[in-house]
Design a protein around this ligand. Structure first.
Ligand code: EPZ
Length: 429
């Protein structure tokens, strides 16, 4: 199993190209199930989760082809991938595939809308929490689906087609918003989704659906209105830049000090995190090519943070920000409100010398002057990269084990950091 070895202490200076967003690419790929025409996606990142979803979609009958593999020569893969679901050959998503990647449960929306039937394995819990699917089931029922849960599978059918309706999410969910929005595009009549997720990835999906001929309004606000159409066509759509990757590298620069251009980044997609980083002592400015992050001369200030749905501070940057706060000049508190078990990085950061105590959903971080390298591992993607951030500023050598977590969501991490002066090396056994 691959490991990443980091020798800490160097500042980051240079340019880091920001990849297409994993969490936008995945629902856009799933939207290809809605049409027998070709959906072309540009700026698709080369990540393990994308490859896994390609396999899952292939199981339903989606053909794909890749071109433009190195359309940029600056280190980022920015692929254009064509997806064609001419014939849906299987409306079942089996446990073996869904259990490996939770987002694959989302195929239930387009399969049900287009084929009138879908059988999808329950995804089960994962490292960051129980993650139920009740909102998906309630919402699809409101659109007229018959749903039974049997032997670990959600069996959904809507023989006469889905019918538009009003659904108010009792809790904000990105995935359930994606699924109900996709399902409603082919329903009869109008659907109104209230208390919907406002994440930029939802807007990217709505824009894609509209480019395919859907009638979706209001994405990016809490109320989304979808007027159903009888069929969708192909389209060409660009995946938005990855706001979590952007925030992660911005935090890495804040941690080590230095001066880095995050090329292609869009600051509007992560305003809350950038404001917080500014309070912590990083200088952030917009440039022609993206965002510039600088920290020189002064230390890291402690800042309290609470994770919230968009436009609040994202849960997907919580671990990274905690990594940064371990070296702040004082005590900070981080409260996680989205997932109940997203503090697995705490024990591992402690191995590097961080001083963190947990009380319920709040972590108290007392900044230390020095971190010291150690072998560490993490059980999820964002937790793993928080250890990389801490390792970049730790004295001596840090080895991050189980690199496959990083490969799920960070394209060419070691290459991007090395080019900016970090000592980061992948070790394959
Ligand atoms: C998406 O997950 C992201 N994944 C996550 O990123 C991200 O952390 C999360 O949104 C929140 O921003 C992708 O986009 C692929 P939710 P999702 O449904 O859609 C509860 C990463 O590291 N809930 O918004 O699965 C749920 O348990 C990943 O890239 C229900 O109770 O998250 C959670 O507490 C990790 N019932 C809350 O809602 C449901 O039916 C928000 O989850 C659905 C969700």
């Amino acid at each position: 199993m691959d490991r990443i070895k980091i020798v800490g202490g160097n500042k980051l200076n240079g340019v880091i190209p920001i990849s297409g967003a994993k969490n936008a690419a995945l629902p856009l790929m799933i939207a290809s199930l809605l049409t027998d025409d070709t959906l072309t996606l540009e700026n698709v990142p080369h990540l393990a989760d994308v490859e896994q979803l390609i396999r899952i979609l292939g199981n339903h009958g989606v053909d794909y082809s890749v071109n433009g593999r190195r359309e940029r020569q600056d280190g980022a893969y920015s692929r254009t991938i064509h997806f064609t679901a001419r014939n849906i050959v299987d409306t079942t998503a089996p446990y073996e595939l869904v259990s490996r990647m939770r987002a694959s449960f989302w195929v239930i929306g387009p399969l049900l809308a287009r084929m009138g039937v879908a059988t999808v394995s329950l995804p089960g819990g994962c490292a960051i929490g129980t993650r139920p699917v009740d909102l998906f089931i309630d919402g699809l029922r409101v659109l007229g689906a018959d749903i039974e849960i049997e032997n670990g599978y959600v069996k959904a059918s809507a023989k006469g087609g889905l019918v538009g309706n009003r659904y108010t999410f009792p809790k904000i969910s990105v995935g359930a918003t994606h699924v109900l929005m996709m399902a409603a595009t082919l329903a009869k009549g109008e659907t109104i989704l209230e208390n919907a997720a406002q994440e930029p990835e939802v807007v990217n999906l709505a824009d894609c659906l509209n480019a395919m001929g859907a009638r979706v309004r209001g994405a990016g606000t809490p109320t989304i209105t979808i007027e159903g159409v009888t069929s969708l066509s192909g389209a060409r759509v660009r995946v938005i830049p990855d706001r979590i990757e952007t925030g992660t590298y911005a935090m890495a620069v804040a941690m080590t000090g230095g001066d880095v251009i995050l090329e292609g980044a869009d600051g509007n997609l992560l305003s809350a995190a950038l404001v917080t980083l500014g309070q912590a002592g990083a200088e952030i400015s917009e440039t022609n090519s993206g965002l510039r992050v600088v920290r020189n001369g002064h230390g890291i200030m402690p800042v309290d943070v609470t994770t919230q749905p968009f436009p609040g501070f994202p849960t997907d940057l919580q671990a990274q920000f905690m990594g940064l706060m371990t070296k702040a000049k004082g005590t900070s508190h981080i409260t996680e409100t989205i997932f109940e078990n997203r503090f697995m990085h705490v024990q591992e950061l402690a191995r590097l010398g961080a001083r963190i105590s947990l009380s319920g959903q709040t972590a108290k971080i007392e900044g230390v002057e020095r971190l010291k390298g150690a072998p560490v591992m993490a059980t999820d993607l964002r937790a793993s990269v928080s250890l990389v951030i801490a390792g970049l500023a730790a004295e001596g050598e840090t080895t991050v084990n189980r690199v496959y977590h990083l490969d799920r969501g960070f394209e060419r991490l070691e290459e991007k950091l090395t080019r900016c002066g970090a000592v980061v090396e992948r070790i394959s056994d």
